[in-house]
Design a protein. Structure first.
Length: 1202
């Protein structure tokens, strides 16, 4: 059937397809022509059409029927469409039209402020190619305005207010379309385009620049830019905010411009008070930039570079608001010239020269002194010759430097006088003791001069002529001054004379004699010249070798002798002597060689080599030079052997060392060392030295077993040969194993190890032989017999009973040096001991225990007796329960452990009745430890080493030093004291005596002490309590130990000192700190508990950085009262912190088992309990300031940290 109707083709944006709502942009209908049906199907129709629009690719076409059903085509060059989904045999009516809609342009880019003024602003942005123009919407708090039709390149716009209506209106004038909106009645805004003069900021691209004038100062504006297509379609806006400037700097002027600084002044155009402004000044040059701020219209800028162009910007600020800046370009002036000097002087010309690095030219003003006549010269060179001057006339020269733009620097002046004669610059070419050659210059270059020369001296005068500008004068006297005048003569006219005074050279000295010692030399000589009483003599003393450099340069006058000091001993010198007078010396010096005496070796030390018979000799290198040392060595009646030692003092070393090998062990040698140098030997230093020891020779045979019981044997053996050193001890070694000769490792096993099955071999008995060794080098004649199994204890070894029916072998260990382990109490350290072993004896078998046989017989009888004994014991205990024994003389209680939470109640109970409870506890401690042996302290050799005869160290815990020359060298009044962590946490000792200072520092070194706690003053109540054992200023030697104090801090309650301790034998050293508590009276207690508690924490803080095995050395005067109190409080604090228990009684008991009288008075014992109470209360009340309230004060010791 035929199709009738219209097709409506509607071009549309895809996003708005079918949207017929009102749109801000106009749309135009475009006709579709020649609409026809190409084909018809049962359910489809194909339509085609024509159009006139060439931009159809931008259109969307909409086809509708009568029922408003719609079909959509794609946005391409399409002019037909297949409509499907129709009903068969059904009539349809179609209508068609299309709409052209332009797409939105892209937003503008790079919207920014290119310039900001007080009433102007330049805005700039970029546009896409699809943007035809832009609309600018500008608004502030009092106005809103649209500025339309803004196209690329530069535009100027002027805003002005005018009466406005109450709503937006659109009008047209010469400037174009204006849209304004006023929110305040009666006032609106219009804009007017001005004549465009091209790009405002030199832009040549397609950016849009808009200069907006007529704005208000210091106002916040918002600018919004809308891009527009050619048909008026607007895209998304871009916006920014800006504030116009409020003030402007004008009339910037430079004042006081110098080479390195300048001053500026300016004015500011503003509306308010000038005192409210601040100014930021930016100075930029090619070498540097700087910025400064000021509060006034004046600034001084320094630190600039001379002759340099600077760009200066001054920005005004009112609060945070920046105004319009002012600009200035200014050059700094050049520096004044330097080294301005006269280089030449003639009769009619003067040469000038100078230095300058920052000037382009120079103005030189020349002024005659008398007439004031002046003329100027300009040059760019650094020198000039000023001519046309008058002879014998004074002139003033002023030079002014000029910079690159003509800026002038400060002037520099100089004065000079032209020459008055043709003779100048008389020079002595050569002078001897009898002749003199002279030359001079003719400054005006006149010809045919004759020069008249007059020579005068104390011996007379003479005259001569010369036609040349030189002359040789002869037949002169040595060392004599001559006044020589030269006058030019031309045509019988005499010019002004020039003169010079010159001495002839003295003759060389003769007959030099030298008398020298180690550091000085006496010299004398002779001079035969008549003028010699006026001579001075230069003595050059040169040390031979090293290029013969001069070591001393001495001048003497009027005498022919001198003493030279400060010479180097043992050195060869050459002395040269010059005679001098009037500034000239003798032409050839006289000289002589001599040697200083060698400096002797003052003393030397002998050091043994472990397990070697060699001796290492060390001495301080004597001052001066030495070729070698002469070593003399003898022993007993042996012949003295002489060695010449070279190379034993390395270069740049202060110590000398040599090793003498292949000597006899443990032998005294007489040794001498003398310095050899410059063909002479100095006085020798003498010493007697004992060589070292090593392991004794092992005997060939085993020990003998003389008797055997079921649980013991008797062992007999002869002493070891002592050729390798005195035998210090023997150890009896038992083994149930093989007969192989033992190693030193078995010395650490004891009877307990044997019983536990740890080892089949153990040490059962130890014999100390130091008091038995005879003077002979062999101890084989000594016989020893030991009962093995008698339950005795020697050192850390138990001589336990042997097992019946057991098989045992015996050998003997001999020691020339025995060392005990620190980790295992009193057990031999085999690795550090010098020991040899005899062979094992043959195995012996022990019989059965007779008690086993008898036991069966008496078993029944014993059983009955046990029953009777048990019944009797029960009856006795019942009777004893109610009895009291009030006559006990010694308490066996070793501990009174109290929990922290119960201590306060315990303290109150013990404190009652004037500390009655504490007094009873202290009374129970009086006899603790007093029966322990003190044999070493009671030896006659050691009694003088004790400060008090009732405070002697127990043998079981005493500190043993290394043995040097005598067996009692190991003694010092000191004991190892148990701390919380180990049995040797502390060393308690007495205050050193004068005769024990070396032993005290030896103990510090050998026991690796890093901290000393001193609890006494050196003098108390007029009595010496302790020697001042430390150096105060310079380092001091104490035997082989050198001690130097490096820091000291003195406080009211204590003093902290830091030392460096060095062993001169090994050159090893370490740091040591002394904590000197100065507010603790003897036999008393500190004023408050917190003093001692804080002091203890101070010590413990320092010990955290010391080696863990290092003990703290504590002393007062006797080393028991205050010393014991300090050690006890340290253990108590650890016990409270780690175990939450307190045992004051037990700790004092333990201390007294190691050293007598520890915690010496009842007051000190009560003070310990008071300290514990304060610590417990502080923990309970969380008062950390009591325990360590001086935390901030501890920072003063930080500079002492090693």
């Amino acid at each position: 059937c035929p199709l009738q109707g219209q097709v409506l083709l509607t071009p549309s944006n895809k996003a708005n397809l079918g949207n017929n709502s009102d749109h801000e942009e106009p749309c135009r209908q475009r006709a579709v022509k020649n609409l026809e049906v190409l084909s018809v199907g049962p359910t489809s129709v194909v339509l085609s059409w024509k159009h006139e629009d060439q931009a159809t690719s931008a259109f969307w076409y909409s086809i509708k029927d009568e029922t408003s059903r719609e079909w959509v085509t794609q946005p391409v060059q399409q002019t037909q469409y297949n409509i499907t989904g129709l009903s068969p045999a059904t009539p349809y009516r179609f209508s068609a039209a299309f709409i052209n809609v332009t797409t939105e342009p892209l937003p503008v880019s790079g919207l920014s402020v290119a310039f900001m003024g007080e009433t102007q602003v330049v805005l700039i942005w970029g546009s896409d190619n699809g943007t035809a123009s832009c609309r600018l919407f500008l608004e502030s708090h009092e106005m809103r305005i649209n500025i339309s039709d803004l196209k690329p390149r530069f535009r100027q716009v002027l805003l002005r207010p005018q009466p406005s209506k109450t709503q937006s209106e659109r009008s047209s004038d010469a400037g174009g379309t204006v849209s304004s909106t006023s929110e305040s009645p009666g006032l609106g805004w219009i804009w007017k385009p001005l004549e465009n003069a091209g790009p405002a900021l030199g832009q040549e691209n397609q950016d849009t620049e808009v200069l907006i004038s007529g704005l208000k100062t210091n106002v916040q504006y918002k600018a919004t830019v809308y891009p527009r297509a050619a048909d008026g379609t607007e895209g998304w806006p871009s916006s920014l905010e800006f504030r116009t400037n409020s003030e402007q700097v004008i009339d910037i002027k430079p004042v006081n411009v110098s080479a390195t600084s300048l001053s500026l002044t300016w004015t500011v155009r503003h509306n308010g008070s000038s005192s409210a402004y601040t100014y930021e000044i930016h100075v930029a040059g090619h070498d540097k930039s700087l910025t400064l701020s000021v509060n006034e219209t004046y600034a001084n800028i320094s630190g600039l570079r001379s002759s340099t162009l600077y760009n200066i910007t001054v920005r005004p600020f009112l609060g945070e608001v920046e105004g319009t800046p002012g600009f200035l370009q200014v050059y700094t002036s050049p520096f004044p010239v330097s080294d301005f000097q006269v280089t030449s002087v003639g009769m009619r010309e003067i040469g000038l020269a100078w230095n300058s690095s920052d000037s382009e030219s120079f103005i030189i003003d020349t002024t005659q002194e008398m007439s004031g006549e002046c003329h100027s010269n300009v040059t760019s060179d650094l020198q000039i010759l000023i001519g046309g001057l008058r002879p014998a006339t004074n002139y003033h020269f002023k030079i002014v430097p000029q910079g690159p733009n003509g800026t002038k620097g400060e002037p520099t002046t100089i004065h000079s006088r032209t020459a008055s004669s043709a003779v100048s610059n008389i020079i002595v070419v050569n002078v001897t003791s009898t002749e003199m050659a002279l030359e001079w210059q003719n400054t005006d270059h006149a010809a045919k001069y004759v020069y008249h020369v007059r020579i005068q001296s104390a011996n007379g005068s003479r005259e001569t002529n010369s036609s040349q500008e030189a002359i040789l004068l002869s037949d002169l006297c040595p060392g004599t001054p001559y006044n020589i005048s030269i006058s030019p003569v031309l045509d019988q006219v005499w010019g002004n004379s020039s003169s010079i005074v010159q001495y002839t050279r003295p003759s060389s000295v003769s007959d030099i004699e030298v008398s020298a010692n180690a550091t000085a030399a006496y010299l004398k000589w002779e001079s035969l010249d008549t003028a010699s009483p006026t001579y001075s003599y230069h003595l050059l003393i040169k040390e031979d070798g090293d290029g013969g450099s001069t070591t001393q340069n001495i001048t003497v006058t009027g005498v022919t002798h001198d003493t030279i000091l400060g010479l180097v001993p043992g050195s060869s010198y050459t002395v040269e002597i010059f005679a001098e007078v009037g500034g000239v010396e003798s032409l050839v010096p006289s000289w002589k060689n001599f040697c200083t005496e060698s400096a002797p070796v003052v003393s030397f030390h002998c050091h043994t080599v472990p397990r070697n018979s060699s001796l290492v000799l060390t001495w301080s290198c004597p001052p001066g030079n030495h070729i070698s040392f002469q070593l003399g060595l003898s022993s007993g009646t042996s012949v003295n052997t002489v060695y010449h030692l070279e190379g034993c003092c390395p270069d740049n070393s202060t110590d000398c060392r040599t090793e003498v090998p292949s000597l006899n062990y443990s032998t005294w040698y007489n040794i001498s060392i003398a310095t050899e140098s410059c063909g002479a030997t100095a006085a020798a230093a003498q010493n007697t030295c004992l060589t070292g020891i090593t392991e004794p020779p092992a005997p060939d045979g085993p020990p003998s077993i003389t008797s055997i019981t079921h649980n013991s044997v008797r062992v007999q053996f002869s002493g070891f040969e002592a050729s390798h050193g005195p035998i210090r001890a023997y150890a009896v070694v038992l083994s149930t194993g093989e007969a192989n000769r033992p190693t030193p490792d078995v010395l650490r096993y004891t009877y307990a190890d044997f019983k536990k099955g740890t080892s089949k071999t153990y040490v059962t008995y130890l014999i100390c032989t130091e008091d038995e060794v005879p003077s002979q080098r062999s101890t084989r004649t000594l016989k020893y017999e030991i009962e093995v199994g008698n339950e005795s204890i020697t050192e850390g070894y138990h001589n336990g009973k042997l097992e019946p029916l057991g098989s045992y072998r015996v050998c003997v260990a001999g020691f020339t040096n025995i060392s005990f382990s620190l980790q295992h109490d009193r057990l031999i350290n085999g690795a550090e001991s010098y020991v040899s072993f005899s062979p094992y004896s043959k195995a012996v078998f022990l019989p059965q225990d007779p008690g086993v046989i008898c036991g069966a017989v008496f078993g029944c009888i014993f059983g009955a007796l046990v029953i009777v004994a048990v019944g009797g014991f029960i009856f006795w205990r019942k009777k004893r329960k109610d009895a009291k024994n009030s006559d006990v003389s010694f308490s066996q209680i070793k501990s009174k452990l109290i929990r922290v939470e119960n201590f306060e109640a315990y303290f109150k109970k013990q404190q009652a009745d004037s500390n009655c409870g504490f007094a009873e506890e202290y009374e129970d401690l009086k006899l603790v430890g007093i029966s322990l042996p003190k044999y070493a302290a009671e030896l006659a050799e050691n009694r003088g080493k004790n400060r008090y005869n009732n405070v002697l160290p127990y043998d079981t815990s005493r500190v043993k030093l290394s043995v040097q020359t005598h067996s009692t060298d190991d003694y010092i009044n000191a004991n190892y004291m148990p701390g919380y962590h180990s049995k040797r946490d502390f060393i308690a000792t007495q205050g050193p005596l004068v005769n024990t200072l070396k032993d005290f520092w030896r103990m510090v070194w050998e026991k690796n002490v890093y901290a000393i706690v001193m609890l006494t003053k050196c003098v108390e109540q007029g009595r010496t309590k302790c020697e001042e054992y430390w150096p105060s200023k310079q380092a001091q030697d104490y035997g082989d130990i050198t001690v130097a104090m490096i820091a000291e801090i003195v406080l009211p309650e204590w003093t902290i000192r830091d030392f460096t301790v060095k062993n001169v034998q090994t050159s090893d050293s370490h740091r040591l700190r002394q904590f000197h508590f100065t507010s603790w009276p003897d036999h008393g207690v500190p004023d408050t508990t917190d003093l001692l508690i804080n002091f203890r924490y101070l010590v413990r803080d320092y010990m955290k950085q010391s080696p863990p095995e290092s003990p703290i050395l504590v002393h007062c005067s006797a080393g028991v009262g205050r010393t014991g109190t300090f050690i006890a409080i340290d253990r108590l604090i650890y016990q409270i912190e780690n175990e939450n228990t307190v045992d004051v009684y037990g700790i004092v008991y333990d201390l007294r088992m190691h050293r007598p009288l520890m915690v010496q008075t009842e007051d000190q014992y009560v003070f310990l309990n008071q300290c514990v109470l304060d610590i417990v209360r502080s923990q309970r009340d969380s008062k950390v300031d009591l325990i360590y309230q001086n935390t901030t004060a501890m920072t003063i010791y930080e500079n002492l940290e090693p």
